[in-house]
Design a protein around this ligand. Structure first.
Ligand code: ADP
Ligand code: G6P
Length: 453
């Protein structure tokens, strides 16, 4: 059996390598075959020199991490502008936020070709390659161009909109063509698989997409949550709540997460259900993400204003309706907060999966579980239909859902949670990775054998 080669733009940081954080890292860690696997990607650093040398190489628990740097120009064109300014909004159905430029497209292709050259030098003939996410759509074809004939799979962590929308991006057809180089393409939901296969069909190409919904490591997360509630930070949060119910939101500060809509929903809840005023606290943890992209800066200003307005309108001298943090909170502390929360409020406008929803379920105490309020438009929603599902664009629906969640009896909470927890425990991250890799092994190969591999 060959080595498993994972390729992603973001590679776990050295700290995360020791104690993996985040579903992707945990899931893939399970799949990485000790002593014979490699994780390749961007170092997170910018260098002054153009070129494709591997600048970082280290080994942790039998996994080799190899990373390359980007120049400032590449970082801007490939990561900020094309990946985050064009592909991210487009694939989250926000074509109006996409700002296309042909120059960025060129830089995107150039960096993918650079990734391919750099990785090619590290490959052995039997390696199985698994590429992740929208930064690297063309990587498979770039590797084939360099003669790599073995198995190459791809997994897309974000949603796939209908082709009628994707095609608004110039060059969309070329992206599809490049994706034909993969033996198998995994996406999060059946809807995503249908949309991508439809796009392939419309363009006379082979259907290669299949749904593999990603999961978490629920056992590990439950342990973190149990330890988390005994930590100092959880004690401090509990003391500060002074008996009020806790509504929790946890997201990167991203416009796909529906944060302004969520805040407006909470505002409607305060206005229409005055009996809850002074009896609940909404804690939103939203660390700044991609702060160099203008749309993200705008969102931050908007949330600053909304928080000020809502707190100004509803606060009492001894009670604040919204607590809003834009700095990151460590994962083991956060796990304790999940367990303490009476309600998780997760309302993305679109989300590939949303692992926070699964983590919240895993963190609950079976004797007194909290309620998950979840957007219909999270990739997790089809699997998690025992959550209180909402349309995030409807502030009144969010308000009603919050009231329903906060007044729900123990029996109903337990019934809903038990069903959600069964699903989270069945479809783990490890299961996801094994399932994909088995299907990749069985997929009809597209790689034409060429000399050199
Ligand atoms: P996305 O991939 O868009 O960030 P997910 O819901 O899938 O959305 O979250 C990915 C991971 O990041 C989860 O494991 C979650 O716990 C973690 N995470 C999200 N927000 C925060 C935060 N504010 N602080 C720490 N970790 C976070
Ligand atoms: C989402 C994407 C990942 C990305 C992560 C953090 O989960 O699917 O590919 O790594 O967000 O975003 P960043 O831009 O910081 O890598």
């Amino acid at each position: 059996m060959g080595r498993l080669i994972i390729v992603s733009n973001r590679v776990p940081s050295p700290r995360e390598r020791l104690q993996p954080a985040g579903g992707l890292t945990v899931g893939l860690k399970d799949a990485l075959r000790g002593g014979s696997s490699l994780w390749f990607g961007w170092s997170g650093n910018q260098s002054e020199f153009e070129g494709d040398p591997v600048t970082g190489m280290d080994e942790v628990d039998g996994v080799t991490y190899a990373t390359i740097d980007l120049t400032a120009r590449q970082h801007e064109g490939f990561y900020q502008n094309f990946s985050n300014g064009i592909l991210w909004p487009l694939f989250h159905y926000r074509v109006g936020l996409m700002s296309y430029s042909r120059r960025d497209w060129q830089t995107y292709l150039e960096v993918n070709a650079m990734f391919a050259r750099s990785l090619r030098a590290l490959l052995q003939p039997d390696d199985v390659i698994w590429v992740h996410d929208y930064h690297l759509f063309p990587l498979g074809q770039a590797l084939r161009d360099l003669g790599v004939a073995g198995r190459i799979g791809f997994f897309l962590h974000i949603p796939v909109p209908p082709w009628s929308l994707v095609r608004s991006m110039p060059g969309a057809r070329l992206l599809l063509e490049d994706m034909q180089a993969y033996d198998l393409i995994g996406v999060q939901t059946e809807e995503d698989a249908d949309n991508l296969n439809h796009a392939f069909r419309q363009n006379g190409m082979a259907e290669r997409a299949q749904a593999f919904p990603i999961g978490i490591d629920p056992h590990e997360f439950r342990e973190q949550a149990e330890a988390g509630v005994r930590r100092d930070e959880a004690e401090r949060l509990r003391a500060s709540l002074r008996g009020t119910a806790l509504i929790l939101g946890v997201d990167r500060l991203d416009y796909s997460k529906g944060l302004p809509e969520r805040f407006r929903g909470y505002e409607a809840f305060m206005a229409r259900y005055p009996e809850h005023r002074g009896k609940v606290s909404f804690l939103q943890v939203a660390p700044v993400s991609r702060g160099d992209v203008e749309e993200y800066r705008q969102l931050r200003r908007q949330l600053d204003e909304l928080t000020g307005r809502i707190n100004g309108a509803f606060a009492e001298f001894d009670w604040t309706p919204i607590r809003y943090l834009t700095r990151p909170v460590a994962r083991d502390i956060l796990a304790g907060f999940y367990r303490m929360a009476d309600v998780a409020l997760i309302t993305p406008l679109r989300d590939g999966m949303n692992l926070v929803a699964k983590e919240y379920v895993a963190a609950q105490d079976a004797a007194d579980p909290g309620v998950l309020v979840l957007s219909h438009f999270a990739g997790a929603a089809p699997e998690m239909d025992e959550a209180v599902l909402v349309n995030p664009y409807d502030a009144d629906e969010i308000a009603d859902a919050l009231h329903q969640a906060l007044t729900m009896g123990l029996e109903e909470r337990q019934r809903r949670w038990t069903r959600l927890d069964e699903d989270v425990r069945r479809t783990t991250a490890g299961f996801w990775a094994r399932d994909f890799l088995q299907a990749l092994d069985a997929a009809p190969p597209v790689g034409a054998p060429l000399a050199g591999t």
